[in-house]
Design a protein. Structure first.
Length: 192
């Protein structure tokens, strides 16, 4: 009967566990480094750039739901809009600030003052957009962190399938090992 060497037992299982553990530790270290770089202001942004838009006509009539201004937070990084003057597009009527709200660069009719003549009309808006211009290093770190987060999300969806495949491989390996050991011991090779 052959004996298994002590240093050969459990190698596949140990190597698999150590590989997965090393990968998890590596990803955690990279996420900690990128988060620290972002939050520590070591890589600064050029904050406070201002873009002034004069007399932009809204793309459609402004209602309580609101209309997104053209120079908005999706176009400009961390964009924040502040209305300077707002007028009715057709009559030139000056719309007071009590008649609208600007939230996340979305201008909407407000019920604060009962001035229904400006509701559901096209407006001309003069506004400023304050936004951030990231430095190349900061933009690189932000992209790196975003890519890692997306990658982790994609992999985490597949973890149950990967674990199932590993379990099936280990079970087949154990079955092969048992059949080999049974054959070496003479079990199952009976004679008549």
């Amino acid at each position: 009967m052959r004996t298994l060497f002590k240093d050969k037992t459990g190698g596949v299982v140990t190597n698999t566990v150590m590989g997965i553990g090393g990968l998890i530790i590596g990803v955690i270290v990279i996420l900690v480094i990128t988060t620290t770089l972002i939050e520590s202001d070591v890589l600064t942004n050029n904050d406070g750039a201002v873009l002034t838009t004069v007399n932009e006509s809204t793309v459609s009539a402004v209602t309580e739901t609101g209309i997104m201004l053209a120079n908005n937070a999706t176009l400009y990084r961390n964009g924040a809009c502040t209305a300077v003057t707002v007028t009715n597009s057709s009559s030139g009527y000056l719309i007071g600030s009590a008649n609208y709200t600007v939230t996340d660069c979305r201008i909407a009719y407000s019920h604060a003052v009962a001035n229904a003549i400006v509701n559901n009309t096209v407006w001309n808006v003069t506004y400023t957009t304050t936004y951030t211009i990231p430095t190349d290093a900061r933009e690189g770190v932000d992209s790196l962190q975003g890519n890692f987060t997306t990658g982790i999300d994609n992999i985490s969806e597949k973890v149950p399938t990967i674990l199932l495949i590993i379990a099936v491989v280990f079970l087949f390996g154990a079955l092969v090992l048992l059949v080999r050991q049974a054959g070496a011991m003479g079990i199952g090779t009976g004679s008549l």
